[in-house]
Design a protein around this ligand. Structure first.
Ligand code: NAD
Length: 299
């Protein structure tokens, strides 16, 4: 049985603010921790903006969004921020030294019962398990951006995570409106990016090798699998810059000439021409009426 009532969210940036508001919206008491008042004021602004978003996207009433906001407190004193916490969700910068230092301090001031969860996208929980001082009560709980509608929660154990803690966090994720996705072993990139990154990579490689053009590659995937988007339509959502950062890091790390070819193509043909994806109105497709959404695209 999940008995969490009080949740502390540490780090109130893009994801932390969303996690805090979603958790409060579902009736939990939330304490937001960040390093100073300036950061906390930014969080208050971010969370206030979310009220309008929840009204528009979730049909929430004024009373719903105000009472959710009322369940959130803000604190820059770590010991105070976690004094009643059943669960701490960490969403601080993706930097190993910052996270290690945070967990060492947190482990000393949090009550013994408190479970810790990291929202890290690329780092594994086993990297921080010892620093927490309570490896059995530590695991990963990974959300997607725009948590209220992209409601996946990948819940991932490290080898030392207690099974009952794993199950409690799965129940918590469901209680805040997420679809809980259990990962029984550590996996870099969790499930989603373990599938998505190689898939997008394969599409870009076909293009860089000049095997086929963007539309033909997407069309093949869409007709062949019934999927609503092909790899390049998805890349436009992710953003071409992110795709470029991933592939150029791979090219540098491995010296793989094919990865370099993809990186050069993305830079010269897209980034340098301001075609950064859906957000800028053009990437592999032009928006708001991209070719792949036209009725005859699949014919
Ligand atoms: P962000 O930069 O928007 O926010 C980080 C916050 O942490 C800031 O408010 C900062 O003041 C605060 N902070 C810095 N040092 C701190 C410390 N020592 N203690 C407490 N707070 C501290 O970052 P973000 O995009 O919200 O990412 C946070 C985490 O969430 C990362 O681990 C990232 O991998 C993960 N994540 C991000 C996304 C995304 O789409 N942005 C999606 C899923 C997971």
């Amino acid at each position: 049985m999940m008995e969490f009532k009080n949740v502390t969210v540490a780090g109130s940036g893009v994801l932390g603010s969303q996690i805090a508001y979603q958790t409060a919206f579902k009736g939990f008491n939330v304490s937001v921790y960040d390093i100073n008042d300036e950061a906390l004021n930014k969080a208050k602004e971010r969370i206030t903006k979310l009220k309008e978003v929840y009204k528009a996207d979730m049909s929430a009433t004024d009373a719903d969004v105000d009472s959710a906001f009322g369940r959130i407190s803000f604190n820059s004193d770590l010991a105070k921020a976690v004094e009643n916490a059943d669960l701490v969700i960490e969403a601080i910068p993706e930097v190993v030294s910052i996270k290690t230092d945070f967990y060492e301090k947190l482990g000393q001031v949090a009550p013994e019962k408190t479970v810790f969860a990291t929202n890290s996208s690329t780092l594994l929980p086993s990297q921080f398990a010892e620093a927490t001082g309570r490896p059995a009560k530590f695991l990963a709980l990974h959300f997607a951006n725009e948590i209220w509608k992209n409601n996946t929660a990948e819940v991932m154990k490290h080898p030392g995570t207690d099974e009952s803690v794993f199950n409690e966090v799965i129940e918590f994720a469901k209680a805040i409106g997420m679809v809980a996705l259990p990962l029984h072993k550590e996996q870099p990139g969790y499930i989603l990016n373990s599938l998505l990154v190689p898939f997008l990579d394969a599409g870009q490689t076909l293009l860089a090798r000049e095997i086929a053009d963007v539309e033909t590659i997407d069309k093949t995937w869409m007709i062949g699998t019934g999927a609503p988007l092909g790899p390049f339509a998805i890349l436009d959502v992710v953003g071409v810059t992110t795709a470029y950062n991933i592939v150029s890091a791979k090219a540098q790390a491995t010296g793989n000439p094919e990865a370099q070819k993809v990186a050069d193509l993305l830079k010269e043909e897209y980034i340098d021409k301001g075609k950064l994806g859906r957000e800028t109105g053009e990437g592999f497709y032009k928006y708001p009426n991209p070719a792949f959404a036209q009725p005859d695209f699949l014919k």
